[in-house]
Design a protein around this ligand. Structure first.
Ligand code: GDG
Length: 468
């Protein structure tokens, strides 16, 4: 079996005992890397004040090599905080209003992709299979091809792909689109993303579908399809099932004092719709005052990308909205909302999901949203909680037995919260069963295997290139 080479912006390094960090993607890719041997390459997370980023550092862990590169301060400002997170991220989440386009930053993005290519080429063997992850590294395959790399190269986009009109507002959209078409397999989270991507090729007049998931564009052909990412369902469910024995979960349960728990868990990001969720919760309490004092909404929100101004201001907005809500509706013995602005450990998270009666996953736009899946996987099959899920999360394509809402409609979301809290046990079980079956049959190991099956050379036998 040929080696696997994974490339992503950051590399989830294992602990001293060689175990990968918790979380489905890291675990699944480590398992594939361990089985086949290979390399995981990415940014070390460190930046140097120098003009040059310094040499690649290689760490060995059994059959896996980690190849880490530092970046310069300028690289981080232009490539990561700049073009990736102030142009591509907002654009892919349909937020043209938040994009800050600067030619200097765009040049930095392509420069860092060239650096990655320069550093990866000497490590490659002719039969390695390369799998690149996410929007930071779209141009990488084209750079590798320019350096003579003929290996199979796949790409998976973890975030949505926007409609053509939105994507075309990026001044260098053509270079980005061409970059995607240099891969052999391009994976998206949902069929809607694939449709949007195909729409961009068609509208630009640069490509066309050939059938069977194949496209021809910019003079070459490749496969593009939806590969909805899964989670480590069975393992996570087992951790959650043990959580009632955990002291921290028992203390949390005691602190609820018999009140029903609603939970939201999101990186602090404007795409997650946290202020809209707080507004909907307030509307729910005001329109159903019998629930005042009877429910508690816990929002867990680790800080993220705080060097990007939009994130710093979102942090202030969420904190002030939470404070305002508690000030307006709280009483001396009840706060409607608990807000935690830091990360908690994964087993505790699993226990909190299981303790909650309602999971609130209401992003304005999301590639998939693994929190929705984790909430379902953590439930007690005898007495499952209810998932309130935005129809604009990729997860809604699979978890259609959740209560699907439009996060822009605060009244509709408020009604769904009330419905979730009063849903009869039979209906909760039926909805949960349906979703859990899907999560078990489409877990992250399956996702990884499915993508790899499309990327490996035998694919050619199943998807022959049609005659011109
Ligand atoms: C991108 C796409 C796509 C959150 N708080 C804590 C914590 N988390 C974990 C969750 C979950 C993960 O972070 C977040 O994953 P999401 O999928 O919800 O969102 P993004 O970070 O935006 O990820 C997304 C994903 O890529 C995968 O393809 O689904 O659409 O945007 O696993 O549990 N984990 C711990 N403590 C926390 O406080 N331990």
């Amino acid at each position: 079996m040929s080696r696997l080479v994974v490339v992503s912006n950051r590399v989830p390094l294992p602990d001293k005992a060689g175990n990968p960090p918790a979380g489905g993607l890291a675990v699944a890719l480590h398992a594939a890397l361990r089985e086949r041997g290979g390399i995981w390459m990415g940014w070390s997370g460190k930046s140097t004040g120098e003009d040059e980023p310094g040499p690649l550092s290689i760490r060995e862990n059994g059959a896996i090599q980690y190849a880490l590169t530092d970046l310069t301060d300028r690289d981080v400002a232009e490539y990561y905080n700049g073009f990736a997170n102030r142009v591509l991220w907002p654009i892919c989440h349909s937020r043209i209003d938040l994009t800050e386009y600067a030619r200097r930053e765009m040049a930095g993005y392509f420069r860092v992709n060239r650096l990655f290519a320069d550093r990866l080429v000497p490590l490659l063997r002719p039969d390695d299979v390369i799998w690149v992850h996410d929007y930071h590294l779209i141009p990488l395959a084209e750079e590798l091809r320019r350096r003579g790399v003929r290996n199979r190269i796949g790409f998976f986009l973890h975030i949505p792909w926007p409609p053509a009109d939105i994507f075309f507002s990026v001044p260098v959209y053509e270079a980005i689109l061409r970059g995607l078409c240099a891969y052999d397999v391009v994976g998206f989270q949902t069929d809607y993303d694939v449709e949007n991507f195909a729409g961009c090729l068609r509208r630009e007049g640069v490509g066309e579908p050939l059938g069977g998931g194949r496209f021809r564009a910019f003079g070459r052909s490749f496969v593009a399809g939806d590969f909805p990412i899964g989670m480590e369902t069975a393992e996570f469910a087992a951790i959650a099932a043990k959580s009632p024995d955990d002291r921290r979960i028992r203390e949390m349960a005691r602190s609820l004092g018999g009140r029903d728990l609603l939970i939201g868990v999101d990186r602090l990001d404007y795409s997650k719709g946290i202020p809209q969720r707080i507004e909907a919760y307030e509307r729910f309490l005001r329109s159903a005052p019998e629930y005042m004092g009877k429910v508690i909404y816990l929002q867990v929100t680790p800080a993220s990308r705080s060097e990007v101004p939009e994130y710093a201001s979102m942090q202030e907005t969420v904190a002030s909205e939470a404070g305002r809500l508690n000030g307006a509706l709280g009483t001396v013995d009840w706060v409607p909302m608990r807000y935690i602005n830091r990360s908690i450990r994964r087993p505790v998270l699993a226990g909190l999901y299981r303790l909650a009666k309602v999971g609130l996953v209401t992003p304005l736009r999301d590639g998939m949203n693994l929190v929705a899946k984790e909430f379902v996987a953590a439930q007690d099959p005898e007495d499952p909680g209810v998932l309130v899920l935005s129809r604009f999360a990729g997860a809604a394509r699979e978890l259609d037995s959740a209560l699907l809402i439009n996060p822009h409609d605060a009244e509709g979301t408020a009604k769904a919260i009330q419905r979730a809290l009063s849903m009869p046990l039979d209906e909760r079980r039926e909805r949960w069963d349906h979703m859990m079956k899907r999560l078990l049959s489409h877990d992250v190991v399956q996702w990884c295997a499915d993508f790899m099956a499309h990327l490996e050379p035998p694919t050619h036998r199943f998807l022959p290139e049609p005659a011109p």
